[in-house]
Design a binder for this molecule. Structure first.
Ligand SMILES: [Zn+2]
Length: 431
């Protein structure tokens, strides 16, 4: 519009979004550093329930990723409870204590039961005295949190307790927890360890570890049709802890958004090039790429949103080669680093559901949670996004150049005019 208002329609969701000049105030960062309390050296490893000194405050550990002396990485599954404190780890995978889709949902609606492997693991875990104590403590903690008194908990028969523990050993809502809560040498509680704080290699391991977990969840529960994967960073994005973690939630549905996008794919298989990559190139919104992925500022989102698409022929994360995963990971990592740890965000993964025959390319959205919908949005269904796509691009690009010069993101990333723009860069649609 003549006054500078930018009206957008999201081509995939039909969201109506306006960016109005004057509302593009600097995004609210996570408070000023001086407002955060000081942290001691001991706090760095014991600040919250996800911290390394407090591993028994989360459910039994399914896997951990360990960095070896030669800087390679090894995944260790089902470490014995009495040995959990021994080896340092980079990432751990545990059940979510408060499941969105519960193990009971699968049991009661589908007659689901734990796999032979998970049952055997449960028995081994409970046979270890440290493990048995851990399971009882964590269940009691969960029940107290839901308002059940200790007296009532003490009266629950042992066989019921053991059944409740199934959520930890065969549930389908999992967390991937990073080891660090704070940035290196942090002195106050605002100096957090975020996705962008990692090296590109660590971030690649974070992605691979998450993708391995997807495969495990599918293998353990054959009723799952889609696994929702996301990362809520900081409280405005819905995170309970300021401690970096991803979540994976198995569901027996695709959800309305994926269903709608699959319908669009049936009508036009090339839709993600036409209304995604090609459209953003035509509007100069594509700001970074490498040989395996492309990043642009998204059109028509309620929050400022960065979209990263895999260029692979393959459309599910676990079908990608190691090199392709690295390509997507490098761009997601760079976009997080360029956003900064103080920006609250949701990272959301999208890909072809396991039971879909129409291919949707694997893509990751990073939504900056810097604005809150209010009465105007409620009344009109017109959403005010304070940062227009071109402005978002212009905030990111200088940071990408700086970070690449400093060696903090992958050197193979091409930025802004270095990008090789050509039509149909996403190859998922090829026969
Ligand atoms: Zn923590």
């Amino acid at each position: 519009m003549a006054d500078g208002t930018i009206k957008q329609l999201n081509p995939f969701t039909d969201n109506e979004v306006w960016s109005v000049p004057g509302r593009a105030a600097k995004p609210a960062a996570n408070g000023f550093e001086s407002e955060h309390p000081e942290v001691s050296a001991a706090d760095l490893t014991s600040f919250c329930s996800f911290c390394t000194d407090r591993i028994f405050e989360s459910p039994p550990e399914k896997s951990r990723l360990v960095r070896n002396e030669d800087f390679s990485f090894t995944r260790h599954d089902h470490v014995r409870p009495s040995e959990l404190k021994e080896a340092p780890w980079l990432f751990r995978r545990v059940a979510n204590l408060f499941e969105i889709v519960t193990v009971d949902y699968w049991k009661k609606n589908y007659s689901y039961f734990l796999s032979k492997e998970n049952l055997a693991w449960k028995e081994r875990y409970l046979a270890d005295p440290v493990g048995e104590q851990h399971v009882h403590d964590i269940l009691a903690y969960k029940m107290r949190a839901t308002g059940i008194s200790q007296k009532q908990i003490d009266q629950i028969p042992e066989d019921v307790i053991l059944l409740l523990a199934d959520a930890f050993f065969g549930g389908s809502h999992e967390l991937i927890i990073a080891s660090q809560h704070f940035a290196a040498n942090a002195t106050n509680a605002g100096q957090l360890y975020s996705s962008g704080s990692m090296t590109a290699e660590e971030h690649h391991q974070y992605f691979k570890f998450t993708i391995d977990s997807m495969a495990d969840i599918f293998a353990a529960n054959r009723y799952i049709r889609y696994i929702s994967i996301f990362q809520n960073w900081l409280a405005p994005a819905g995170a309970s802890f300021d401690h970096l973690h991803k979540q994976l939630v198995g569901i027996d549905d695709w959800g309305a958004s994926i269903r709608h996008q699959i319908d669009m794919l049936r009508a036009d298989p090339n839709i993600y090039n036409e209304l995604g990559a090609n459209l953003s190139s035509m509007h100069n919104l594509t700001f970074a790429e490498n040989d395996h992925a492309i990043a642009f500022a998204g059109i028509g989102h309620r929050h400022p949103t960065i979209e990263i698409f895999s260029k692979s022929y393959f459309s599910r994360p676990y079908e990608h080669s190691e090199e392709e995963i690295r390509g997507v990971s490098d761009l997601v990592h760079a976009c997080h680093a360029a956003s900064g740890a103080e920006i609250s965000s949701n990272e959301e993964w999208y890909y072809t559901p396991i039971d879909a025959v129409y291919k949707m390319p694997w893509h990751v959205l990073i939504k900056w949670r810097v604005n809150t919908a209010a009465g105007f949005e409620g009344g009109t269904s017109i959403y005010i996004n304070p940062i227009a796509p071109l402005d978002l691009r212009d905030r990111i690009v200088p940071n990408l150049y700086r970070l690449r010069n400093e060696g903090r993101i992958a050197s193979s990333i091409r930025i802004a005019e270095e990008c090789k723009i050509y039509p149909n860069p996403l190859r998922y649609y090829l026969e």
